[in-house]
Design a protein around this ligand. Sequence first.
Ligand code: ADP
Ligand code: 5GP
Length: 291
Amino acid sequence: MKQPPILTAEERRLALEKAAASRRSRALVKNQIKQGTISIQEVVELSRQDSAIAKMRVSELLESIPGVGKIRAVALMERLGISQPRRIQGLGMRQLQNLLQEFTASSPIRGRGKLIVLSGPGGVGKSTVASRLREVSDFWVSVSTTTRAPRMNEKEGEDYFFLSENEFDLKIQRDEFLEWANFAGAKYGTPRQGVENALKMGRNVLLEIEVDGAAQVKAHSPEAILVFLQPPSWEHLVSRLEGRGSDSPERRSQRLELAQNEMAAAKNFDLVLINDEVENVVERLVSLATH
Ligand code: ADP
Ligand code: 5GP
């Protein structure tokens, strides 16, 4: 190995600072990819001006894309003839073209995943079903954006991306939502890019959203399967909302009133499932996606 250069204390400090800044800008871009707010094309363009991004490994880039994990990234790189340690700056013209083609809207659709939308009255068990589905299947469950305050135990990026009204409105203006709606005094929206990427990668996608949002999805993606989750009875719904215990009494009564209206929307859905047992619902959703 070549002898390392002899640096003064000041030069060492500057070198460390530069390395830390590079790591920060790579982490920022990876986070933006995860949230679907920057496209692969834009990252490649950025890499032409920013050497920290140019030095990012292609595998790191791919693993940050919603719907692509380590295993899929390895398979994709093999298919595109890109060696595992390759950095963005080392990609040949053809490799770059193939990579971009893979993630553009015009790319040939190779075994596109199914889009399933799960709606139903608040408290019926939608998020319980969604998180179980995430655990036991290969479904990609979209993480929504909301302006409501986090509940106890909710984590940024896992349960929701929590945004201010202004930040949310900016995303509406930029057309970054597949759908969005007002619900119980807050805004909720599905980031478009993540869903698109996951479907393109052949993943089945679940959106757990309220009924207006579900109607918007169906309007522009008629192939989406709309599933309405119903409680076994109204009493079950009341007791589940009570049991969750994460809302104030006023908020709970507001939610019950909303739930009455939401129940009436079931007729607009492709399928109604009764949430008697979480496992049964999860099984039905998996079989919907695979048949
Ligand atoms: P939603 O996301 O539809 O508002 P949650 O998933 O938060 O509803 O569920 C509300 C409450 O009901 C939670 O306490 C949850 O544990 C409970 N729950 C969900 N599904 C069932 C079920 N099949 N049987 C009994 N309790 C359930
Ligand atoms: P909560 O505040 O209980 O987490 O969610 C309230 C309602 O908003 C639920 O019915 C939930 O399904 C819905 N919701 C969550 N994310 C989205 C979203 O991205 N879009 C829409 N339209 N509704 C959402």
